[in-house]
Ligand binder design. Structure first.
Ligand code: GCV
Length: 730
């Protein structure tokens, strides 16, 4: 039963002029207008209470905390911990049929009862119904919850406070439909226990990389010019957004750990503790990226050798101090022996020695060490065709399988190179069955348009997560991650008022969280959720146009981006350093190991066992064979695995060179269409959002044309082959 609305307040953005992203006040209307009972104790239950109170305050409902023993007032929504579900006492109205469905309940009111008795009985009956369903459901884990509806009351029951917080946000997502007829029982459990974001935020502004490495949304929300930013409201608002899409952990500093950041572990630990205090009420645990050389750099020891007893003692003591200050600290994140970061190689030790050292220090406290597998030689001689960066992670880590301690998570980039627009799945994911693996994505759009281009990445991640490294008979990437260290992504958030620079890039952050929770969600369905929450289409003049247009712009935007940038999986071709815009030969003669080998006859990297670097041999069957053969290799990865002549015929029926020309023209046309479509939304979305996206689209179009013209001109000049359709190639 709904109470009549009291006066609804106007919706001002919270907390200052920050864009509310997927939690604008309107999404709380369904809950806020109703009577909610909250049962349970704990910090996260206080958060639930505060959220519902705020909504009720705005929309005229009520939020009452009750204990299991208290009288049961009438309610429309009950949010309860299973252990605190109120139990009827002899004097309470008897529960009616607990098995009644919502439809029955909504239509039937026991005639013999007075309205008040009826309402109270309805709540009792609803609780009895929830209890009956719980009895048949599998035990609820710490983050699980059940949503049921009986006798006109929606009941969310969780096994632990975190589950109730996620249950609350599920009701937010459901909106009015959480209180409608025909609601089926939903048991919700996250597929990934670990759902994490890594911030590549520097405390001290880095002379080249700035405040946030690969950040495209302004400064850091955590740090500013050498110290804490001190914007508590913003961090709390961020925590809230993360919890609402399912994230439960963050690393608060860059994996490239410089001098100031190294001290977060010791004398600047209070700065980390302060962030932990702000993130904790939303169930988000804090991790710290640490320098492997910390014993030397901040500890004053002569060595960081992982087998040195003094080094082990230093890590043990330092870690104990961290836990004394932050009892629920998540653990360490380490980039070692990679791109100049220190690591165990300096002491003749391997990555298992290094990771186990930190794991040993963390184990007594329940912490984990996340050890990145992004290790390769960034000082390669480009003349040396036998060295292949794609092989590096597997070469280094696969032989170590089984040697890592239980609380080590090896964190693997989803592709073998570096978050390109198209790469095969990393073979490491299939190569370490005795190691806990986490799969790493990049929400920040380093190589996918840097938040100046619309590029909805969920379809890409979804493909990766659904990939079966052992073929149809084996599990998926998502299953490997779920059984190990979960998913992690580099955050795309900064101090920009839209959080992500490009307002539509918010969808990537939201989608990453939702795919962690359930990798089986369809990207379009996730986008729909995000549109519903962020744009409230039902409240605009033309909901269908708004929804349809956003889908038209975003659904396929990753593939559009792929079309106008580097072709057929070859990757890079970006401007060195900042990685924005085209530069076909930009990395060709550099030490970074990212080459395309284009000449007058052909293009692509021969990674076969027969004639190339042997990388295909790192895959199990059937992929080792599929990728080895130029006939069976999927078109979209052809140039990643093979060097082929320009007139090589693709499965699509086009030659490689014609594919390059066609897709580049198509990609730009698609961006032109995006720009036109966005104009249709001028009066349907917030003018500030509209203006920002318009400005970004203009740049996207300019840049897409530049990509098209440079890539087409380059390959035309190399190959001398004209476009079959006679278009200008420059
Ligand atoms: C944080 C790429 C990026 C680097 C990043 C690195 C990594 O190379 O360009 O900025 O460093 O990946 O993942 O560690």
């Amino acid at each position: 039963m709904r109470r009549p609305l009291r006066q609804v307040r106007t919706n001002t953005p919270e907390p200052t002029d920050l864009h509310p992203a997927w939690l604008p006040p309107e999404v709380w209307a369904a809950i806020g207008a109703r009577r909610t009972l909250i049962c349970g104790q704990g910090l996260l239950i206080d958060t639930v209470q505060a959220e519902v109170e705020q909504a009720a305050d705005r929309y005229g409902g009520t939020a009452r905390r009750i204990t299991a023993e208290a009288d049961l007032p009438p309610a429309d929504l009950v949010l309860a911990l299973a252990a605190d579900l109120p139990r009827p006492r002899p004097a309470d109205p008897p529960p009616t049929d607990s098995k009644a469905t919502v439809a029955e309940a909504a239509e039937s009111k026991p005639a013999a009862l007075t309205p008040t008795d009826s309402e109270a009985a309805g709540v009792w009956a609803a609780l009895a119904g929830a209890r009956a369903e719980l009895a048949t459901a599998e035990a609820l884990g710490a983050e699980d919850f059940v949503v049921t509806r009986h006798h006109g009351v929606t009941v969310v029951v969780a096994g632990a406070p975190a589950g109730l917080l996620y249950g609350l946000f599920e009701v937010v997502r459901l909106g009015e439909s959480a209180f409608g007829r025909g609601h089926r029982v939903r048991v919700c459990r996250p597929v990934m226990a670990r759902r994490m974001l890594d911030h590549w935020d520097n405390v001290e502004v880095h002379p080249v990389m700035g405040q946030v490495e690969r950040g495209y949304a302004g400064g850091s929300i955590f740090w500013r010019e050498g110290g804490p930013r001190g914007d508590r409201d913003r961090v709390t608002a961020y925590a809230r957004l993360l919890a609402a899409c399912g994230i439960n952990a963050v690393a608060v500093n860059n994996v490239n750990v410089h001098a100031t950041e190294a001290r977060l572990l010791t004398e600047r630990l209070d700065d980390v503790a302060e962030l932990a205090d702000l993130l904790r009420p939303y169930g988000i645990g804090v991790h710290l990226a640490v320098s492997f050389a910390a014993p030397v750099v901040v500890g004053g020891l002569p060595t960081a050798d992982p087998l040195d007893p003094a080094v082990r003692a230093w890590w043990a003591e330092t870690t104990s101090r961290v836990y004394a200050r932050i009892p629920d600290f998540g653990g360490y994140l380490v980039k070692a022996d990679s791109e100049g970061q220190p690591g165990p190689f300096s002491y003749g030790r391997d990555h298992a020695d290094g990771a186990n050292l930190l794991a040993e220090a963390l184990a007594p406290h329940g912490g984990v060490v996340r050890w990145r597998a992004f290790v390769y030689n960034h000082r390669q001689d480009w003349r040396d065709r036998s060295t292949d960066r794609a092989r590096a992670a597997h070469d280094h880590f696969a032989p170590l399988d089984g040697r890592f301690r239980d609380n080590v998570i090896v964190q693997v980039k989803h592709g073998p190179i570096d978050f390109q627009t198209r790469e095969p799945v990393s073979p490491v994911i299939a190569a370490m069955p005795h190691t806990r693996l986490a799969v790493e994505f990049q929400v920040t759009q380093e190589y996918t348009g840097q938040q100046r281009h619309v590029c909805y990445l969920a379809p890409w991640w979804s493909e990766v997560l659904g990939f079966r490294p052992w073929g149809d008979q084996g599990g998926t990437v998502a299953e490997v991650a779920a059984g190990g260290g979960g998913l992690v992504a580099v955050s795309n958030v900064g101090d920009d008022r839209f959080w992500t620079g490009h307002p539509l890039a918010q969808a990537n952050l939201y989608a990453f969280g939702r795919l962690c929770w359930n990798p089986g969600l369809r990207p379009q369905a996730v986008l729909d959720e995000w549109i519903d929450l962020t744009f409230a289409p039902d409240r605009c003049a033309d909901p269908d146009l708004l929804r349809r247009t956003l889908h038209e712009i975003m659904d396929d935007s990753w593939r559009s981006y792929e079309r106008y940038t580097a072709p057929l999986g070859v990757g890079f071709m970006v401007r060195p350093g900042h990685h924005y815009g085209p530069d076909v030969d930009g990395y060709e003669y550099t030490p970074w190991g990212t080459y395309h080998f284009a000449d007058r006859d052909g293009v692509g990297v021969d990674r076969t066992r027969a004639t190339g670097t042997g990388f295909t041999g790192q895959y199990p069957a059937p992929w080792s064979e599929v990728y080895e053969s130029v006939e069976s290799c999927p078109d979209e990865l052809l140039l990643f695995f093979h060097h082929v002549p320009y007139d090589h015929l693709l499965h699509s029926g086009r030659t490689v060179i014609q594919h390059i020309y066609d897709t580049h023209f198509d990609g730009v046309r698609e961006v032109e269409a995006m720009c036109r479509r966005w104009e249709w939304l001028a009066r349907l979305v917030d003018p500030a959002v509209h203006a920002r996206v318009t400005e970004r689209l203009r740049e996207q179009l300019r840049c897409a044309r530049e990509w098209r013209d440079q890539v087409n001109a380059y390959f035309h000049r190399k190959s001398g082959i004209p476009d079959a359709h006679g278009r200008t190639l420059h």
